[in-house]
Design a protein. Sequence first.
Length: 513
Amino acid sequence: MADKLHILQLERHDDAVSTRDRLAFVTARYALLVWPSEGSVLRRKLDLRLVQRHAIRLGIRIALVTRDPVVIEHARDLEISVFPNAKAARRQRWKHPRDKAFIEPRDPYEQAALAEHVTRLREGPATPAGMRWRQAVRWTVFGALVLAILFGFVLVAPSARVTLTPASRQVYETVSITADPDLADVDIENFRMPAAVVTLQATSRVTIESSGVESAGASLAQGLVTLTNLADEPLVIPLGTVVATSDVFPIRFETLIETTLPAGEDVEVQVPVQALPEHAGAVGNVNPGAINRIEGNFGDVVSVTNPNATFGGAVQERATVTAQDHERLLVLGRQQVLQRARDTLLHQLSGEQFLVPGSVTIIQERPEWTIFNALVGDVAESVSLDLRAEVQAVVVDERHARQIAFAGIAPYIQRGQEVSPGALTFTRGAIEQIAPDGRVTFAMIVSGNIAESIDPDSVRSRIAGVSVSEARRRLQRELLLDPDSPPQIATWPAWYSRMPFLPIRINVSVATP
């Protein structure tokens, strides 16, 4: 057998397909399949049988070298030899493979025809009476089958949908709830719930115009005067010639240039003038024609007037920072700090938490956090403040508040009545009190309907199997329903006018009032 034996070493990844492919290259009459030392292959009986059949087809007898108990058991069933090693396989005798490991199932139609033929042989030749009897039996069985089908349809197929609207009454209650940061759990009996005190730092920058004013000197009014030569010879009007108004306390101006008045009657020359320093400010702004007198030796030979008003005389002022400006900046800066802290907290809230209005307060300010860009008395058109502060706020979970508010209407629910949380509306009311330690008392308003309780299982058992009209009468007679919403009953099939006999086929839905 040594020259007729081929040893085929299986690998861990081999399966029935790869093993059969490898057998196709074997030219010896005997093939010894050696299992790998690690892993498991061909553990299914079907895989081993497929390999055996392929080997028989190729004219090869196979045997196994394996220690896998599952494979050994399958090999024993398939009459395949199993050896401990290749040396034993060469010495010992190999088993002959079984011809069939699996029996093909018989044709069911062929078996039915054979059974019918055997029955006819046993009954013998049919007589007319026997044929009528068998026909009557067949019709009886057929009728019974039809009745059974109809009964099953009536019992199982029909379904109904019943919609009931219970009678209800409105409820409106305001519950006062205290949120306490020291509380760890909801205390429904005493209307108390936990609260969270949140602290954070916020900054602000505000700028205002300075409100202080101090004098920075006065400006001199300016203008033009018209000089007229009344003499027959030219006149030189020197620089600094004084002209004035004719008031009791005249406003005096001086010429700013030297000019010559030509000879001739009614010869006019315009000369710029400026108020004297003792008349600085707005007092130097005089009306047209107010300047009508010239001082010195020209009083009789020169006339003077101002065709236009003088201008530019004013008291000059400059803005300064006051203590009131610092106080205003602190007020505005604190308001901005609180607003920014509020916006930050609102952005961070999760679920159904809400920030208690009025609980956002500043709890700490430091001198190094309060920086003015100008001190009191400094000359500045505007003054700014950079402010940082530590802010505290109270955050409350509204779900706990609704639980307490829902419990607050319990005294209004009588026996046989129920209320669904989905039929209630919860509205957060006013903040009643905010304590320094963070305790907050606020109102929660509950409004909605309290309805009569309806048990769907009881309804199903009461109306199962009766007519639709009788079911409607029973429901209206035995239940407290909304008079404006009578029971709605829809059956399937639509022509079926009775309620299903099986209560499970009746779908009862209770509408929210």
